[in-house]
Ligand binder design. Structure first.
Ligand code: CTP
Length: 419
């Protein structure tokens, strides 16, 4: 692709406000005689002609200072600075631009976060994961439009290969194993043979990666259209087991992921996590939640999976809606979605009816309406309300009048038993 075209294509892909902010950044950098580059995944995607909305910029200079100056002159743009990392984000209503000071990273020990120092563009490209992510597109000066590609990422891009930059790459940062599987699936790229060998050799370094970092990579995985393909690959590479011994993923779970998307267009990551833990016992699920640093809501969903799974045999095709509600309502909805995707046929049907309709059903009469019918406040009132809801769920009453009739009968029967 011709040089200028890449920058044109970048500008075309961006919303107008992002384009304006990028132009202001480039002008400011030119004015200060600073070199600024588009780097990482955005260059890869631009060369692949895939729409890119993620804009990562690297500056041989003080990125937060530049971001502050530029944001000052732009309306409706927020500037978020992370001084320790030398990075800044410009955020508009429909875009974000990330700016970083070019840096060198050194790893003191496997799994640790790197120590970071300002560096040159070359240093900044050398700290990256794969050759296809280690290219830069110059946006300023005489070099504007030229690609810096020290590891021949372009050839790997053409050959569809993921290649690490050096032998210690996975040992330095084992999250790259998860990233390799994710890019491999998304771009339909293969691992270059040496990279594959090093990955298999170093897979156990995932043990040393902290829960929050694993959780962050998993969060990226859930945003892919078919995360199950990546999880199958990771399981085959032994990466899931290295993260936690109880973590596994097989063809039946992959199928459940597909079924989930048939019944839910945009599954939440909590539901995906519940499906990932579908086979775990409750103690295993608890250990997994700790390992993955899950939040409270996710932990509750993952821990509920074993109990929800045990409901499968109770949720036969004949079970009445009111009974299904009674069985399922104590559990977080994410765990019930997992059942609707991974359970036996009849349990799946009942769980998805519960999720779509039954859980929202309410009696037309509330406590006030019953009191107006001379009910006596107390536990009986609650019982009558529950009975009314069950009757509505099971189709025994079809209108408000039916419900009023039933309510009178129930209150009357209650009054008789009291006397
Ligand atoms: N990077 C890396 N090693 C990591 C994380 C990130 O080398 N563990 C580098 C890569 O060059 C990557 C860039 O930082 O391209 C930006 O990271 P991220 O936004 O996670 O990657 P993208 O390639 O932009 O991924 P995506 O397309 O999924 O947004």
């Amino acid at each position: 692709m011709a040089k200028a075209n890449l920058i044109d294509n970048l500008n075309r892909a961006l919303p107008a406000a992002a384009r304006k902010a990028l132009t202001a950044i480039v002008q400011d950098a030119q004015g200060e005689a600073l070199a600024i580059y588009l780097v990482g995944g955005s260059v890869r995607d631009l060369l692949l002609n895939r729409p890119t909305l993620d804009v990562d910029l690297t500056l041989e200079g003080d990125a937060p200072a530049l971001a502050r100056r530029v944001a000052f002159g732009l309306e409706d743009v927020r500037c978020i600075i992370h001084s320790v990392f030398g990075t800044a984000t410009l955020k508009g209503a429909n875009f974000r631009l990330d700016l970083a000071t070019a840096r060198v990273e050194t790893y003191e020990r496997p799994g640790a976060l790197p120590s970071v120092h300002p560096g040159s563009l070359q240093d900044d490209l050398f700290r990256r994961d794969f050759t296809v992510n280690a290219m830069a597109l110059a946006l300023t000066g005489d070099q504007r439009g030229a690609i810096t590609d020290p590891f021949d990422g372009k050839s790997d891009l053409e050959a569809g290969l993921l290649r690490v930059l050096h032998e210690a790459s996975f040992r330095d940062d084992a999250t790259r194993i998860l990233r390799a599987a994710r890019y491999g699936s998304r771009l339909s790229f293969r691992l270059e043979p040496k990279t594959m060998r090093w990955l298999r050799r170093d897979v156990t370094y995932l043990e040393a990666i902290s829960g929050p970092r694993i959780r962050e990579e998993l969060a990226r995985l859930w945003r892919e259209p078919q995360p199950e393909r990546i999880l199958l690959r990771l399981s085959e590479l032994g990466a899931l087991q290295a993260i936690h011994p109880t973590l596994s993923f097989d063809g039946s779970q992959a199928e459940a992921f597909g079924k989930l998307r048939e019944i839910h267009a945009t599954p939440s990551r909590t539901v995906y996590l519940a499906l990932l833990a579908w086979k775990a016992s409750q103690p295993e699920a608890t250990a997994l939640a700790t390992r993955l640093a899950l939040n409270k809501r996710e932990t509750e969903a993952v821990r509920a999976v074993a109990e929800v799974r045990a409901l499968e045999r109770d949720l036969s095709a004949e079970v009445r809606p009111s009974r299904a509600v009674e069985l399922l309502s104590p559990f977080p909805s994410a765990a019930v979605w997992a059942l609707a995707a991974a359970g036996q046929e009849s349990a799946r049907v009942q769980a998805s009816r519960y999720l779509r309709r039954w859980r929202y059903v309410k009696s037309s009469l509330d406590g006030h309406a019953l009191l107006a019918m001379s009910a006596i406040p107390g536990p009986q009132l609650g019982q009558v309300l529950r009975r009314l809801k069950a009757a509505k769920l099971d189709g025994e009453v079809r209108s408000r009048r039916d419900e009023e009739r039933l309510a009178r009968e129930l209150l009357h029967a209650g009054a008789r038993t009291r006397t």
